[in-house]
Design a protein around this ligand. Structure first.
Ligand SMILES: [Zn+2]
Ligand SMILES: [Zn+2]
Length: 432
């Protein structure tokens, strides 16, 4: 339905899941698997995420980084599991922790994993989210600050939902790297799986060929989730957090308070991807503007899951709604798969869908195709952006603090406490 040919298995080092994979899948070509009885259908490669953790720059600050690993065979997985035993890594959860002392140990261990087979690939995952290599949690400046000696060896980076090549091109040390885009193999939901994907040029469908293509940046294009919809695009604190009932604040980079503290709860704001990338640009000695692309950067497109568009049109937020699913399958049937719809021109869309779905929904789809939409507010602090069709916004001009009455009272009470007075100076002026 999505139009995707190859999916990562997820969690392939987990004992139970590994057993399931061995039972249900059959190897159809080197390192490529398919569901038994569905050999012509969707194919899989052995894949997992690991979380590496270490202390940064000899400080007490621990950073944890999600990393995607691709493995060519079960034999190689056995070798990795032996290493895990030696390192005392528990593989009882789907995404195991590899706890290291410092960046040297991270580097040594990643190189050790690379040593197990020439086609193992190591790909820092969703690099800009708080748990990504460049994430705002205990931030680093250079890859080697976390990856040590392995930094130069790593060639492929995953953009993640809140970032796209525009954002990652603000970071100079990524200029000669391959950028790929993947979404979530954990969820089969139609609005989750295939939100992002990578199209590569390969001569045959073999694990080795895929890895070679990625290493040589033989990417035709990546399909990106709209970063402004991503959960960590702008800086702020969302509603529903402690001390935040229905209050929230959200800022484009130039409006973020200098102390980076939330005017509502006084705690550190969750720094958004856009701001984080702009800061890294400066720290790495760049003077780039948003929109810059280095030579050799591959093409990319932005997509919005069709399910979400139908949901927004109908005003239904439960994406498993029967009504939404029926319309979804009616549309997909006309195009073969969802991706195909986005690569079809507007006239053709009109022709194919006329009489199949409401004319106004066809119009909505074409409005989206022409770029007349926005996510308003954009994603921030773990909340997805909200799709508004037929309305555009300037992501550099958002400066919004909303405080409900209840929170206002709480804050005033807190302000009467001498100690927190200083901290809350910002807000004091705001409330007055
Ligand atoms: Zn992750
Ligand atoms: Zn707050």
């Amino acid at each position: 339905m999505k139009g995707i040919n190859l999916i990562g298995t997820g969690d392939c080092l987990h004992e139970g899941w590994l057993q399931t994979l061995k039972e249900k899948l059959i190897e159809v070509s080197d390192g490529i698997f398919a569901l038994k009885g569905h050999e012509e259908g969707v194919q899989f490669i052995l894949q997992t995420e690991l979380i590496f953790t270490c202390n940064i720059n000899n400080s007490k600050n621990r950073k944890s980084v999600h990393i995607v690993f691709l493995f060519p065979s079960y034999e190689v997985i056995d070798r990795i599991l032996k290493l895990f035993e030696k390192w005392e890594v528990k593989n009882t959860i789907g995404r195991p922790f590899v706890k290291c002392k410092n960046n040297k140990e991270v580097g040594d261990r990643i190189l050790k994993i690379y040593d197990q087979d020439e086609f193992i690939e190591v790909i820092p995952a969703h690099v800009m989210t708080p748990n990504g290599i460049y994430g705002s949690q205990n931030p680093i400046v250079w890859l080697k600050d976390f990856f040590g000696e392995a930094a130069d060896r790593i060639k492929i980076f995953e953009t993640g939902l809140s970032a796209d090549p525009y954002i990652l091109s603000l970071i100079p040390e990524l200029d000669d790297k391959t950028l790929i885009s993947n979404s979530d193999a954990h969820s089969p939901a139609l609005n989750r799986l295939g939100r992002e994907f990578t199209t590569v040029k390969i001569k045959d469908m073999k694990f080795e060929s895929i890895i070679k293509a990625l290493r040589e940046n033989n990417v035709i294009y990546t399909s990106e989730f709209n970063p402004t919809e991503g959960k960590y695009f702008l800086t702020g604190h969302r509603a529903g957090k402690q001390g935040h009932n229905t209050s929230y604040c959200i800022y484009s980079p130039k409006f973020v308070p200098e102390d980076k503290l939330c005017p509502i709860c006084g705690k550190k704001l969750t720094i958004g991807v856009l701001q984080q990338a702009m800061e890294l640009n400066k720290l790495q000695g760049g003077d780039r503007e948003y929109g810059y692309l280095p030579p050799g950067r591959k093409k990319f497109v932005h997509m919005i899951p069709l399910i979400e568009i139908i949901g927004a049109y109908l005003g239904i937020k439960t994406y498993t709604s029967k009504k939404i699913l029926k319309i979804y399958s009616d549309i997909v049937e006309q195009f073969g798969n969802e991706c195909e719809l986005w690569f079809t021109d507007q006239n053709m869309i009109q022709k194919k869908l006329s009489g199949i779905i409401d004319d106004r929904l066809i119009e909505t789809i074409n409005t989206i195709k022409s770029g007349n939409f926005s996510f308003h507010p954009p994603g921030f602090d773990g909340a997805y952006g909200e799709l508004k069709i037929g309305d555009t916004i300037d992501i550099f001009e958002i400066n919004k603090i909303y405080i409900d009455d209840e929170t206002k009272k709480l804050i005033e009470k807190r302000l009467s406490n001498e100690k927190s007075k200083k901290k809350m100076k910002n807000l004091n002026s705001f409330i007055k």
